[in-house]
Design a protein around this ligand. Structure first.
Ligand code: BG6
Length: 483
């Protein structure tokens, strides 16, 4: 088993995702000797490239320390490149021959589709027709979003894939599922007695799941405009976090038991519509220096169509109609060009009943900070130390860089790619899960696409539209800090 060769194919090897994310990740896991022996990498794209061209493209991103230079040479020595188009069967036959020549006829095969969605269908058909592993070896296909743009188009893609591959062969990436603190949610909830009994509508007032980025679309506006922030971040990354916070305890940590519970909770969420959201679009900051990112509003990006109503910010309130969560708002928020980079979950508890501390008790809050600076902290009321008998709010604090200062937290892609080698689908999105995720957002997305909805302008570098604070207040989230 140890010696079974593996061929890892990067489809779209000359593209942005490949050079910025996939090759660096392959380098790190190769460098750290996490891959099976006898693994080789094959890049595939339309450009006429040599390995040294590819290496050069990747140079700013595939970085080695002086003492790692020899290892880096070894890495590039097991890289190959095949030129071909995405729709010509003949080219895939050649790819297959190359793979057999390089890896032998018993190698397991992984295909990473770092490609625009327009070629997902022909490429997967061609892989199925020409490039499947033989002789008892397995084939696995990794795909990246977008998985369609609404319920119907996603279902069409899912049906296409289901006609070609078994569910166990499909690895749909949501890279948030590869993040330390997202993976930690299950440990926190199900490995501790302390949270379980209070994890319900009797004790929790609201849950706020937030993603903020301090930069705009930065020339990626053309791509972004087709999708908007809801498809880009909310429907996948934030909704996955919501599932992990709200699902029932799975009967085991097996991939299917976990995904069964996610699907179950998703099915209990009503589809959302315009009254459930605040949408925003950023404009230039008032005080921006000329020629900086902040001086460009979304519509000033030359790759964005004039007058686009695509939201770059969204807050949405989701309601889970089940016994545990009825009446507890789950507030999702995501936005570009905001005041800071931060992703976190805030589980806000109800007020204490009969507060004997003159109404000074603040609500408990359990905060899971996904990034930057992984942390879990719990806001508690504590007696002010010393003579006074007053209380004040403080934190039980598990900040990772002090508690686990020596732990190296791998990048999300490192974990996820290794999971594919190991055949673990625990952190990947199953077909039925994806369908439910689209069901929730499709009615709203259609209304936005029809053009009748105007997002609220907000300044680059601000906290987003003020209307959103009102929405938090209306949904039983008490605002103590600046979120
Ligand atoms: C991607 C989105 O999925 O996630 C990007 O397409 C976003 O728009 C990115 O910037 C955020 O990922 P991370 O890991 O930097 O939080």
């Amino acid at each position: 088993e140890e010696d079974v060769p593996h061929v890892f194919v990067v489809m779209g090897a000359s593209g942005d995702l490949a050079k910025k994310k996939i090759y660096p990740t392959l380098w790190w896991i190769f460098r750290d000797r996490l891959l099976p022996e006898n693994t080789i990498f094959v890049g595939y794209a339309r450009s006429n490239l040599t390995i040294s061209d590819l290496r050069e493209k990747c140079t700013p991103f595939v970085v080695a320390k002086p003492e790692e230079q020899e290892r880096l040479e070894q890495f590039w020595n097991i890289n190959y490149y095949v030129k071909g188009s995405y729709d010509a069967r003949r080219d895939f036959e050649l790819l297959n021959q190359e793979m057999t020549k390089l890896g032998g006829n018993k190698a397991n095969r992984i295909f990473y589709l770092a490609l625009p969605p327009s070629v997902f269908e022909p490429v997967t058909s061609n892989i199925r027709a020409c490039c499947m592993a033989g002789n008892g070896a397995w084939t696995r296909v990794i795909i990246e979003k977008p998985f369609g743009r609404d319920a119907a188009s996603s279902e069409k893609l899912s049906r296409h894939l289901a006609g070609l591959f078994k569910e166990e062969e499909l690895y749909r990436i949501d890279h948030y599922l590869g993040k330390e603190m997202v993976q930690n949610l299950m440990a926190l909830r199900f490995g501790n007695r302390i949270f379980g009994p209070t994890w319900n509508r009797d004790n929790i007032a609201s849950v706020f799941i937030s993603f903020k980025e301090p930069f705009g679309t930065q020339g990626r506006g053309g791509y972004f405009d087709d999708f908007g922030i809801i498809r880009d971040v909310m429907q996948n990354h934030l909704l996955q976090i919501l599932c992990l916070v709200s699902m029932e305890r799975p009967s085991s940590t097996s991939a299917d038991d976990i995904r069964d519970e996610k699907v179950k909770v998703l099915k209990s969420i009503a589809s959302i519509d315009l009254p459930d959201v605040v949408l925003g679009q950023y404009v230039a900051a008032d005080d921006a220096q000329p020629n900086t990112d902040a001086a460009l509003g979304y519509l000033d990006d030359p790759t964005v169509p004039a007058g686009s109503n695509t939201p770059t910010y969204a807050m949405a309130v989701l309601r889970i109609h089940n016994e545990r969560w009825e009446g507890v708002p789950f507030i999702l928020r995501c936005g570009k060009a905001l005041n800071e980079r931060k992703a976190e979950v805030r589980v806000q508890y109800r007020d204490v009943s009969g507060d004997i501390f003159k109404g000074q008790s603040k609500r408990n809050e359990l905060v899971v900070r996904v990034q930057p600076g992984e942390a879990i902290y719990c806001k508690v009321n504590n007696k002010t130390p010393g003579m006074s008998f007053g209380i004040e709010e403080t934190e039980l604090d598990l900040t990772y860089n002090s508690r686990y200062s020596h732990a190296k937290l791998p990048d999300a892609y490192e974990r996820l790619i290794l999971d594919v080698f190991c055949g673990s689908q625990m952190h990947f999105v199953r077909t039925d899960e994806l369908a439910e995720a689209w069901r929730i957002f499709t009615p709203l997305l259609h209304k936005i696409d029809e053009g009748g909805v105007q997002p609220i302008p907000y300044k680059y570098g601000s906290r987003g539209p003020e209307r959103a604070d009102q929405m938090l207040a209306e949904n039983n989230f008490k605002y103590y800090g600046s979120y």
